[in-house]
Design a protein around this ligand. Structure first.
Ligand SMILES: Cc1cc2nc3c(=O)[nH]c(=O)nc-3n(C[C@H](O)[C@H](O)[C@H](O)COP(=O)(O)OP(=O)(O)OC[C@H]3O[C@@H](n4cnc5c(N)ncnc54)[C@H](O)[C@@H]3O)c2cc1C
Length: 375
């Protein structure tokens, strides 16, 4: 909440305290820039704490290209950043290279999986083709009708909410200002520049540069700039189940669902529904997740349901993020539209957007993702 003791001006103002806004703040502070984050709720409480924390780049990729370059750069960067953040904050982020099995139950889908594996090969990750029985040697709890799998031992996971908290805490420790319960309701505009923001408390904060990192809500900020940005919310529900008696230890993808073993529990995700800005969980969603999880690992049928939740992915029409300057505005940068991979892309987004803000030159990795492709 803004009060008389808060700052009324800053060099860089970031709207949105999800993982993307916090990662950008962290990298800007590392370079000594003055930065202030305004979050309408609490830090990381939206998509960033709903996420499973998969660091598994193969799923969204069908081969090399600019998106593979960005995703793999993000995936490679994260372990070192996680270690750095753990050291700096004392938090534990649960990074683990658990490996992943991508499985098929229907023999008619085997050729499709094989084709995907061939398309993934040039990406350079280690891949192994397994029969159903070989897959059950890795995970004995897999259903008996699973007939083939690709094993990718380098795919990993992290605790998404802990990573978000760590970016925020490290940024704060280094001198960033993070204001919670501070909703931005409009912008102060002068010619082609944003000179500040207005808050719901009818106060203003002046800034030299604005970064919009409002996830699924980015479209609203774009309206203030008289531009249209096609970012929409994609609702996702997740379950936390108790581990079966013989616990799972590998990430499992199959039947349009994933299982993430985490200590004594297994995360099951995630549904994909267009229901606007609604974040409720539904009986249909829970039933589908439970039933589908049990088709992959029958022992999960008996597992206790520990928790359910939902979040909103920031979706774009081409499923790629929007990163870089907003055309027509001299001092506005957008960092949103991370769809289902915002945790994996958090560190690379923070690092490269900070480079852009510091140098005025957009790094080559980000150039294919400029918002202008939609504007
Ligand atoms: C169920 C689910 C599972 C997922 N699993 C994974 C996964 O395994 N791996 C992965 O990499 N990604 C995953 N994702 C995607 C990932 O969570 C998102 O891409 C990422 O969290 C987006 O981060 P963000 O900071 O852009 O958005 P958010 O975390 O939503 O943050 C945006 C913030 O902006 C704030 N805000 C909005 N408007 C205003 C305003 N006017 N004023 C002030 N603040 C405002 C919001 O309150 C919010 O906190 C998953 C997502 C979901 C929903």
């Amino acid at each position: 909440m803004i009060n008389s003791s808060v700052r009324r001006h800053t060099d860089i103002l970031i709207i949105g305290g999800g993982i993307i806004g916090c990662a950008i703040a962290y990298y800007l502070r590392k370079s000594g820039r003055e930065v202030l984050v305004c979050e309408q709720g609490t830090i990381g409480a939206q998509a960033s704490s709903a996420a499973a924390g998969l660091l598994a780049p193969l799923g969204p990729l069908s081969g090399p290209g600019p998106f593979a370059d960005l995703l793999l750069a993000g995936y490679i960067l994260l372990p070192a950043v996680a270690a750095e953040l753990e050291e700096y904050t004392g938090l534990r982020l649960g990074y683990a290279r658990t490996g992943a099995l991508r499985v098929v139950r229907n023999p008619k889908r085997v050729a499709h999986l094989r084709k995907r594996m061939e398309a993934w090969r040039p990406l350079g990750l280690e891949l192994h083709w397994l029969s159903g029985d070989e897959a059950r040697q890795y995970e004995p709890q897999l259903a008996p009708d699973i007939c083939a799998a690709v094993y990718a031992p380098q795919e990993s996971q992290i605790q998404a909410n802990a990573l978000t908290t760590a970016f925020a805490q490290a940024a704060r420790q280094m001198g960033a200002h993070l204001y919670e319960h501070t909703t931005i309701t409009g912008l102060l505009l002068q010619d082609a520049r944003v000179t500040g923001v207005c808050t719901a408390q009818e106060e203003t904060i002046a800034c030299q540069h604005l970064v919009i990192a409002t996830g699924a809500w980015a479209g609203q900020c774009a309206e203030w700039l008289h531009v249209t940005l096609p970012v929409t919310p994609l609702h996702g529900q997740m379950l936390l189940l108790a581990q079966p008696t013989h616990p799972l230890h590998t990430l499992i993808f199959g039947e349009a669902l994933y299982l993430v073993p985490r200590g004594e529990a297994v995360l099951v995700g995630a549904t994909k529904d267009e229901v606007g800005f609604e974040t409720r969980v539904t009986d249909e969603g829970i039933d589908w997740l439970r039933a589908t999880a049990a088709r992959l690992v029958p022992a999960l049928q008996e597992s206790a349901l520990l928790k359910i939740w939902a979040g909103l992915r920031p979706r774009t029409p081409d499923t790629r993020p929007m990163l870089g300057p907003v055309a027509g505005w001299e001092n506005v940068t957008l960092a949103t539209g991370h769809n289902s991979v915002g945790i994996m892309l958090s560190a690379i987004t923070g690092q490269l957007i900070a480079v852009y803000l510091l140098t005025g030159s957009l790094p080559a990795l980000l150039q294919p993702f400029v918002p202008a492709r939609f504007q």
